[in-house]
Design a protein around this ligand. Structure first.
Ligand SMILES: Nc1ncnc2c1ncn2[C@@H]1O[C@H](COP(=O)(O)OP(=O)(O)OP(=O)(O)O)[C@@H](O)[C@H]1O
Ligand SMILES: [Mg+2]
Length: 258
């Protein structure tokens, strides 16, 4: 059982404040969805949790199992079991997918077995309907948008994180790939029971991966939390504060702090 706890987090990038007193707690076995307008800080939140040094924590805390990780490096966070599937996964030339995963797992686990690794990688690639040769290509090199998203899920399967952040894992996927990825994430969830934070704009992903909690993020902060019914309201009304039952003062207060 693990807990990721974010308390009053304020974050800036290039001197501009993006997150504003954000609070969120994710326990193992819980699926949280964050929805919110473009540019409100969702990806920023995911990158700050992962430890991207471009983002500066102005105040507040990130705890993993009651240990503050504000200043911890990305690879240390990965070793704790935190994983980020990025909105826009980058190409990394010169390191193949297979080499990257093998090295990462070897570093994490002294009882690493090459045979088991290859077997699991091949079966996961097949489950995700990925082309077999992709594992020997440079990370995301020449991958299409959808292929990159599947590659993030392959990494998740192989690294076996206990805390999974998926930033718009559905964007760029065709309808069949969306189902494959949705089912793969649920399958992983059922086996490992990680804490999951899904960032998405649309209900269609959440039809496969049912969140226990839905949060609306605006102005760098979570302004409302609820159950799946919030997703229906957003689909119907967009981010209309009145219709979503969000007091304007909450959002105004955030705006005035920026
Ligand atoms: N390096 C940077 N320099 C300046 N502004 C930045 C930088 N990185 C992010 N921002 C700004 O921070 C804000 C939040 O960006 P972020 O990517 O977190 O939004 P988001 O909620 O994920 O949006 P989307 O739904 O479009 O993915 C945006 O206004 C963005 O332009
Ligand atoms: Mg984003």
């Amino acid at each position: 059982m693990h807990t990721l706890k974010i308390i009053d987090l304020c974050v800036s990038v290039d001197g501009k404040q993006i997150l504003n007193k954000l609070n969120l707690v994710i326990n193992s076995g819980e699926i949280h969805a964050i929805m919110g307008p473009n540019g409100t800080g969702k990806s920023t939140l995911s990158k700050v949790i992962m430890g991207d040094s471009n983002y500066k924590i102005m105040s507040g805390h990130i705890y993993f199992d009651d240990k503050e990780i504000n200043d911890m490096a990305v690879d240390e966070r990965a070793r704790l079991g935190i994983f980020l599937g990025m909105q826009m996964p980058m190409e990394i030339e010169g390191v193949s997918n297979a080499d990257f995963l093998r090295t990462a797992l070897h570093n994490k686990n002294s009882e690493f077995k090459l045979y088991d690794f290859i077997k699991k990688m091949n079966s996961t690639v097949a489950d995700l309907s990925m082309d077999k040769e992709m594992i020997h290509r440079g990370i995301n090199q020449g991958f299409s948008g959808g292929e990159r998203k599947k590659n993030e899920i392959l990494q998740m399967y192989m690294l076996e994180p206990n805390t999974v952040l998926l930033d718009e894992i559905d964007s760029g996927l065709d309808v069949d790939s969306l189902r494959i990825v949705g089912e793969a994430v649920m399958n992983y969830y059922n086996h490992v029971k990680p804490g999951i934070l899904l960032i998405t704009h649309y209900q269609r992903l959440l039809d496969y991966i049912k969140p226990d909690f839905v949060h609306i993020m605006m102005g760098g902060s979570i302004v409302k939390s609820g159950d799946f019914s919030l997703v229906d309201l957003i689909e119907k009304y967009g981010y209309d504060l009145n219709k979503l039952g969000i007091s304007t003062s909450v959002v105004e207060e955030i705006g005035s702090n920026e």
